[in-house]
Design a protein around this ligand. Structure first.
Ligand code: NAD
Ligand code: MG
Length: 396
């Protein structure tokens, strides 16, 4: 008999949230949506509630609550609306919740993700920023509580699948593992010159060739900061030094990542570039379920190319690696500065090539301190955001 699992979807209205609900809907005998949470899109969240009938709906933005409540009052739904950032934490740590899909974008995911981890939930981690900004503290909480942490980022999910069956995130990978090979599509600007990069627009940056994603991660993919954040994510999840993680540009996004063993074997996970595969893997682990993803036809994808990343044109990858190696709050600062710079680029306030300039400047002026407590993370995050805002002002 399959036990019904209660799922809390944080970031339900986003790209990962919608894909998660698609998989859940295919398996209504196994999963029930306990809570759906989003920032402010009352209309979209309400329509998801009509379909999935969760116990709770959460809107982090208090100003969006009236609209949602009016829709709720006019409906026959039993869903209860909770409001504010603290409500994200309440649903993530709720005793009836078995699985938390951590799919809020950016630093806002940190507190609810940590709450779920501390309660020992099965946490499906899409929100890489929370791990990047809090690193060892995040992983220590997972080890302490015995939470099941499963990577949803396709690369880390691929690596997890290529590691031995008894491996669990947070353990140091064995000495029999030589390298983790992280693949990257290279994004929409892979072949662009520096002159061309200077002129690219937010619309171009958001038009990813292989994946359909939210705006922030799309810009990160275009700048290779996404791969930088993923390198840091891999170091924490699999407890390896950055020198054991190699980035390979693989434009077709079919090989999602690889593990190289000391005997020369390289084990890869392949599949369509569709996030429902890692999401279904995470939901059902250690079993497998249908994700609604079509078979991979290798005759149509008859070429798999690999090349080294160009860190001259895409310096964000190096900035991320250096931040990880520096330790302490450096990754917190990197992440915060990147979030501010990406938002400014999306609003049309800075050019694409200014993103790494802002991050570098913020790293240069920030004190890098030890992170002993989650409050240290929040303080470093806020200070870096202020430094980034002032770097933006100087730029304009
Ligand atoms: P998205 O922009 O499509 O959705 C973001 C979600 O977060 C929305 O539901 C939004 O309402 C919610 N949100 C934003 N700010 C919030 C706040 N302050 N409080 C509460 N909720 C808030 O983003 P996405 O593409 O779904 O990505 C989500 C996360 O998953 C990101 O961390 C991203 O890096 C990661 N991820 C995404 C993909 C992908 O294919 N989309 C792949 C790997 C990892
Ligand atoms: Mg990824």
């Amino acid at each position: 008999m399959i036990l019904m699992q209660q799922v809390c979807v944080l970031g339900a209205t986003g790209s990962i949230g919608i894909s998660t609900l698609d998989v859940i809907e295919r398996h209504s005998d196994r999963y029930q949506t306990f809570a759906l949470a989003a920032y402010s899109n009352a209309e979209k969240l309400f329509s998801l509630c009509q379909k999935h009938r969760p116990r709770y709906a959460v809107l982090a933005a208090e100003w969006a609550a009236t609209d949602f409540q009016a829709r709720l009052n006019a409906s026959d739904l039993d869903t209860e609306l909770l409001v504010g950032a603290s409500a994200l934490v309440s649903v993530a740590e709720h005793e009836e919740v078995d699985i938390v899909m951590a799919a809020i974008v950016g630093a806002a995911g940190l507190q609810p993700n940590l709450a779920a981890i501390k309660k020992g939930k099965k946490v499906l981690l899409a929100n890489k920023e929370s791990l990047v900004m809090s690193g060892a503290l995040f992983m220590n909480e997972a080890r302490k509580s015995g939470a099941t942490l499963l990577p949803i980022d396709s690369e880390h999910n691929a690596i997890y699948q290529a590691l031995p069956d008894n491996y669990r995130c947070g353990q140091r990978v064995g000495a029999d593992i030589k390298r983790l090979l992280l693949t990257a599509s290279g994004g929409p600007f892979r072949g662009f010159s520096l002159e061309q990069l200077n002129l690219v627009t937010p619309e171009q940056a958001c038009a990813h060739p292989n994946w359909s994603m939210g705006p922030k991660i799309s810009v990160d993919s275009a700048s290779l900061m996404n791969k930088g954040l993923e390198l840091i994510e891999a170091c924490w999840l699999f407890d390896v030094q950055s020198s054991r993680v190699d980035v390979h540009i693989h434009p077709q996004s079919i090989v999602h990542s690889m593990v190289e063993y000391t005997d020369g074997s390289v084990i890869a996970q392949l599949g369509q570039p569709d996030m429902r595969t890692p999401i279904a893997y995470g939901l059902a682990w250690p079993e497998r379920i249908d994700a609604g993803v079509s078979s991979l036809d290798l005759f149509t994808h008859n070429r798999l190319d690999f090349e080294a990343p160009d860190v001259e044109r895409f310096p964000c990858l190096t900035l991320a690696k250096e931040a990880f190696d520096a330790g302490g709050s450096a990754c917190t600062v990197l992440n915060a500065a990147n979030e501010v710079a990406v938002e400014a680029f999306l609003k049309g306030n800075i050019s694409f090539v200014s993103i790494p300039d802002i991050i570098r400047e913020v790293l240069d002026v920030s004190d890098i301190v030890a992170l002993n407590h989650i409050d240290d993370v929040l303080v470093a995050d806020q200070a870096a955001r202020r430094a980034a805002a002032s770097a933006l002002t100087q730029l304009s």
